[in-house]
Design a binder for this molecule. Structure first.
Ligand code: URA
Length: 419
């Protein structure tokens, strides 16, 4: 095989053969193809796309670059994956909520890069909690509390690990074939029986347009079903942050409020909608709202945090400095942009620019007046949190909440379902 031929084939808009794809992914994983050639191919795929057969081949080749996990539990497994959003802490209440119904929820997750936070970073705000679990530990937790969230091991789709890092620095992340194959290679290799995808659409998401989000969702659902993983997707709004908090410890606090039967209405609505889909795919006929109300989900959360070394009763870290953003006039919040809030929270220290950077557990943003809220001049809109107050100005540069005279059109949280 000749890598230059393969790059030219895709550059000129033709399809790659199965043999070419298998060879490229294997050669790249084992450093026989250099970063510069793979970057050229990723850009060609970004510009030219891939047909369905190529996406399936690309996904399978990435799965085969590592090993597949398997669970012997005596109960079914179901996972949820979100394409990433600002304030998206849904995994935290959702895993224990579904596990409380006797379904195992294995969740292998990553750390956040850029303006959306990673689930592992959020959970690491819980004192003592650790993300690195061995496979026998995962198996024990699935048999016991029923849900874990852990760092994906080095052998789970290693080709994707390398390629994602390359895409991140070459402007080739937001390509439907590359996102779909990246996410689904890891989810299929994880060995889950069923998968619910939360595909975000809006300013804070990879997909800004509903039609693109729908295509991404359909591509992923088809990849899952072809691989024998029962799959469906919800298309959900990410034009404004989810809930009232953005940032690691702040989001854990809000997730615990949801598990205690409270929390913001949008977080509760999305948690329940995703839980219903997961339970349906797992063949369980129950209303998950009951397990939030009667404390079963909270009990499972506590058991799951404890099983990973965390102390569910320990106080969460708090940032050393805060600064309020006040309303400059009376009116309604008509704009609170997800990307702006995510970027500001990242600049406050809640996220990282390079994968080896540390994150501040307490940094982030509290939203006192969400989209649509009626406010009066001088009222607190947001509170910024950080350990490093020199970051306030950089965060404020990107934040521009809009106050208008009339209430905005109410947000549609769930735009539709693909199955
Ligand atoms: N998440 C992934 O795992 N891969 C992508 O390409 C995008 C989001």
């Amino acid at each position: 095989m000749d890598m230059i031929d393969i790059i030219r084939t895709k550059r000129d808009g033709a399809a790659l053969s199965t043999a070419q794809i298998d060879w490229v992914i294997d050669a790249y994983t084992h450093d026989r193809v250099g970063e510069e050639q793979m970057a050229a191919l990723a850009m060609a795929v970004f510009l030219r796309g891939m047909e369905r057969r190529e996406i399936v081949d690309w996904t399978n080749a990435m799965i085969d670059s590592g090993s597949r996990m398997g669970w012997t539990l005596g109960k079914g497994t179901v996972d949820k994956h979100s394409t990433g959003g600002v304030g998206d802490k849904i995994t935290l209440p959702l895993g224990p909520l579904v596990a409380a119904h006797g379904v195992a929820v294995p969740q292998l997750s990553g750390r956040g890069l850029g303006h959306t936070g990673g689930t592992l970073d959020k959970l690491e705000a819980v004192p003592g909690w650790r993300a690195d679990l061995s496979t026998p530990e995962m198996q024990d937790i699935l048999r016991g509390p029923g849900a874990f969230v852990a760092a994906a091991g080095a052998d789970l789709a290693p080709a994707d690990r390398k390629l994602y890092a390359l895409r991140d620095v070459t402007g080739t992340v937001d390509s439907i074939p590359l996102i779909a194959s990246s996410i689904m290679s890891k989810k299929i290799a994880e060995g889950t029986d069923a998968l619910v995808l939360d595909v975000k659409v809006g300013s804070g998401a990879f997909m800004r347009e509903l039609a693109d989000a729908r295509e991404l969702a359909r591509t992923m659902v088809e990849l899952g079903e072809d691989a024998g993983v029962r799959s469906c997707a919800l298309l959900t709004d990410m034009s404004t942050p989810l809930g009232r908090t953005v940032g690691n410890a702040l989001e854990v606090r809000e997730a615990v409020e949801v598990l205690a039967g409270g929390g913001p209405a949008d977080v509760v609505e999305l948690t329940l909608a995703l839980a219903r889909e997961m339970l349906t795919l797992a063949g369980v006929d129950a209303d998950p709202a009951d397990a939030l109300r009667d404390g079963r989900a909270m009990d499972t959360w506590r058991a799951m945090v404890t099983a990973q070394g965390g102390d569910p009763d320990a106080p969460l870290p708090q940032a050393r400095h805060t600064r309020d953003v006040l309303a400059e006039r009376d009116g309604y919040v008509t704009g609170l942009d997800a990307l702006e809030v995510g970027t500001a929270s990242w600049r406050l220290g809640a996220g990282r620019s390079r994968k080896e950077d540390p994150v501040q557990a307490g940094a982030g943003i509290e939203i006192h007046a969400p989209l649509g809220a009626r406010v009066t001049r001088g009222q607190r809109l947001l509170t910024l949190h950080t350990d490093t107050p020199e970051r306030f100005d950089r965060a404020l540069e990107v934040l521009a909440p809009v106050i208008g005279d009339t209430p905005p059109t109410p947000r549609t949280l769930i735009h539709g379902k693909i199955d």
